[in-house]
Design a protein around this ligand. Structure first.
Ligand code: PLP
Length: 441
């Protein structure tokens, strides 16, 4: 344990020595497979030589040019690339340095747009429970995850929440559009309850991240949500901080449902673990209106710095050159097959879900009743520790409130091969065997 440095807890972890591709080594020489790409960040793998070379080149040219003093080639080019990847009509890019900054920026942009439209009474950002939109107070206000929000409740303005569409827990068929409409109706009900004239935006993770464990929306949900937002003049913000960047098998997860939001939040895989980087990509007319009316009252010092943008550009180059989005779709199918075969072997796996390499499984004590494992087993920590011991890194959350159980994200880098997926599956198998033996004692 370091004397000076602190994070969430006193969790002792070994010291990282080096990382390459999907592998990481600690200073004792032990090798780990990065089966969660860190926190779903290192999408193109570690130490990619092309990204390092691009960063080196930019470092020799200059690492910082404050955005109020200079434009830079790297930031201009990255904004153009992000706009080209985004749906039609969303061509305005605002850079930030992380996911929480992205969601905060999106909400402030939406609010200023409402003001320019003469709709000062619109300020509520509706979101879902569970969800995670960031750790800062604004982002936390729209986060539906009590273990992280509760201590800070008095410091935040409470924002309305609706349930996330966890059809698997409610015994509904996710392939039936009636299921999607059922959950989407909760948004309309909430807008009506709050008063449509007060509702500014709806923020949603198209494929859920850590809070829901790769929850995929039921058929019809995303489209219906869009219609409802349009009907009530509510802006639709897609939080693609985790799902964006190709991980789900499309650059933006919402492409799976052919839905265009008004604002997109991006981070994590956008910088690929090479630099802190994020972006807000917004509808042209939203940004034009705000800029025409005094400008966007927002900004972070490091935003759009050329080093981060040069790295981000090189990450996108790599994704495109190596067809990593397509590989994510292909390997995601294979990973899902592997996880389903583990589900047949281990009855404690109650659900397998996800899209592409944003995949997860959930442990339950009873698949039929969806009864979670007893809290005292601390499964979300224990299974992660066992896997870690065996050299596999996975990411877990326990989403309580009596509903979801312990879920585990298996999200290796998008460069992962089929053989490496085999290695990951074998290590998971061994970890689940050890965990099952431990809890049956
Ligand atoms: N939004 C989503 C969907 C996330 O998954 C996260 C982080 O996990 C964030 C926002 C916050 O990002 P950051 O931790 O970079 O602030």
């Amino acid at each position: 344990m370091s004397t000076h440095l602190f994070y969430q807890s006193r969790l002792p972890r070994p010291e990282l020595d080096r990382a390459e591709g999907i592998y990481m080594w600690d200073t004792t020489g032990k090798r780990y497979i990065d089966g969660s790409s860190g926190a779903m960040v290192s999408n193109i793998g570690h130490s990619n030589p092309n990204v390092l070379a691009a960063m080196q080149k930019q470092m020799e040219r200059g690492t910082f040019g404050y955005r109020l003093h200079f434009q830079t080639e790297a930031s201009e080019k990255l904004a153009a690339r992000a706009a080209a990847l985004a749906p039609e009509g969303l061509n305005k890019v605002f850079f930030v340095s992380g996911g929480s900054e992205a969601t905060e920026s999106a909400m402030k942009l939406a609010r200023q747009y409402a003001l320019t439209c003469g709709e000062a009474q619109r300020y509520k950002v509706i979101s879902r429970t569970p969800s995670y939109h960031g750790a800062t107070l604004g982002a936390l206000a729209v986060t539906g995850y009590a273990p992280m929000t509760a201590p800070f409740d008095p410091m935040m303005h409470a924002m309305p929440k609706i349930p996330a569409p966890r059809a698997y827990l409610d015994g509904l068929d996710p392939t039936d559009p009636a299921t999607g409409h059922h959950y989407a109706q909760m948004l309309e009900d909430k807008i009506l309850e709050e008063g449509p004239q007060t509702c500014l935006a709806f923020m949603v993770e198209p494929v859920g991240g850590a809070s829901t464990g790769a929850l995929v929306p039921p058929a019809g949900y995303m489209k219906r949500i869009r219609e409802i937002c349009d009907q009530y003049g509510v802006l639709l913000i897609h939080d693609e901080v985790m799902s964006g960047g190709g991980r789900t098998g499309r650059f933006f997860a919402a492409e799976h449902w052919d839905v265009t939001p008004d604002i997109i939040c991006l981070s994590k895989g956008f910088g690929g673990g090479y630099v802190p980087l994020g972006a807000v990509i917004a509808r042209d007319d939203i940004v034009e209106a705000v800029l025409d009316n005094g400008g966007f009252i927002h900004g972070h010092t490091y935003a759009g710095n050329p080093l981060a943008c040069a790295a981000g550009l090189a990450v996108i180059d790599e994704i495109e050159r190596e067809n990593l989005t397509e590989n994510s779709a292909l390997m995601g199918d294979k990973l899902a097959e592997n996880l389903r075969s583990l589900m047949q072997k281990y009855t404690i796996i109650g659900d397998v879900r996800g899209k592409g390499l944003l995949a997860a499984f959930e442990l339950m004590s009873d698949r039929a009743t969806k009864e979670p494992l007893p809290k005292g087993l601390n499964a979300y920590n224990r299974l992660v520790d066992i896997a870690y011991e065996k050299g596999l890194i996975i990411y877990s959350r326990r989403t309580r409130g009596g509903l979801a159980g312990d879920h585990f994200l298996v999200c290796p880098p998008m460069i992962t091969t089929e053989a490496q997926l085999g290695e990951i599956t074998d290590l998971l198998d061994a970890s689940l065997a050890a965990f099952t033996a431990e809890i049956s004692q």
